[in-house]
Design a protein around this ligand. Structure first.
Ligand code: UTP
Length: 221
């Protein structure tokens, strides 16, 4: 089956080498039986760069382009870890991603255009390649009613509909480097194409559990 992963930048990069290797080993294993695409986020490095540029007076779209640059650097770290199992460059368009995957390689991407996050890239890609599942791998173990880092009363939502995801994400700010389960554009794409989506915590074991079952995250369908 075709799987699209949205891998938060901090899930991948703020980790030890061993953790990155664990993610890569799991992806290689999964790619033996499935067509795999991975969209990598910018993590704290993107946030730091964006914050610095914003403080210097840069426009939000300038900050977004800066963020995209960082996501592509992070994508290259994953490509390095995957070695010959991955296409050698982050795909910069959806048709190119599809083309690269035809050779059986894992295709790794970063961001695409300003005004969104890599979750939206992953949702658009999942739509484009008719993925069976979109798997959002984040630093939180699912979708919560509020930000669990801020609100101690936040409740994990185990199952939700795409429409519910849309209304939840609409409440978050669209700003370069902002934190949210998925951005509003990603939620709208998931809704318009009814893309089965899972949000799981960034543990390498969850890469498989997200589509085979046994995870403790959120199922959106
Ligand atoms: P991320 O996808 O990592 O954003 O892209 P995020 O959701 O803020 O980070 P995580 O998921 O919590 O780690 C980093 C930044 O790059 C820009 C945005 O500014 C985003 O905040 N970006 C990324 C774009 O403008 N377009 C894209 O397609 C992707």
């Amino acid at each position: 089956m075709t799987l699209v992963y949205s891998l938060g930048g901090s899930v991948l990069y703020q980790q030890s080498l061993q953790e990155i290797q664990k993610f890569a080993a799991n992806l290689k294993q999964i790619a033996k039986d499935h067509r795999v695409y991975v969209v990598v986020g910018g993590g704290n490095i993107a946030r730091d760069y964006i914050e610095t540029a914003r403080s210097l007076g840069a426009a939000e779209s300038f900050c977004d382009l800066l963020g995209i640059g960082v996501t592509r650097l992070n994508a290259k770290i994953l490509i390095a870890a995957l070695g010959e199992f991955a296409a050698p460059e982050p795909a910069e368009t959806y048709p190119r991603a599809l083309e690269l995957s035809a050779g059986g390689k894992i295709v790794v991407l970063g961001g695409m255009q300003p005004g969104q996050t890599t979750d939206a890239v992953a949702a658009l890609l999942a739509e484009y390649v008719h993925a069976k599942k979109l798997i959002v791998v984040t630093s939180v173990d699912g979708v919560y009613s509020a930000d669990p880092n801020i609100d101690p009363g936040a409740q994990k939502i185990r199952r939700m509909t795409p429409a519910e995801l849309v209304s939840l994400s609409m409440g978050t700010r669209l700003r370069a480097g902002s934190r949210s389960p998925v951005d509003p554009l990603a939620a709208k794409i998931i809704e318009r194409s009814s893309i089965p989506t899972v949000v799981v915590y960034g543990d390498a074991k969850n890469l498989r559990k997200a589509f085979e079952g046994g995870h403790t995250g959120t199922e959106i369908s």
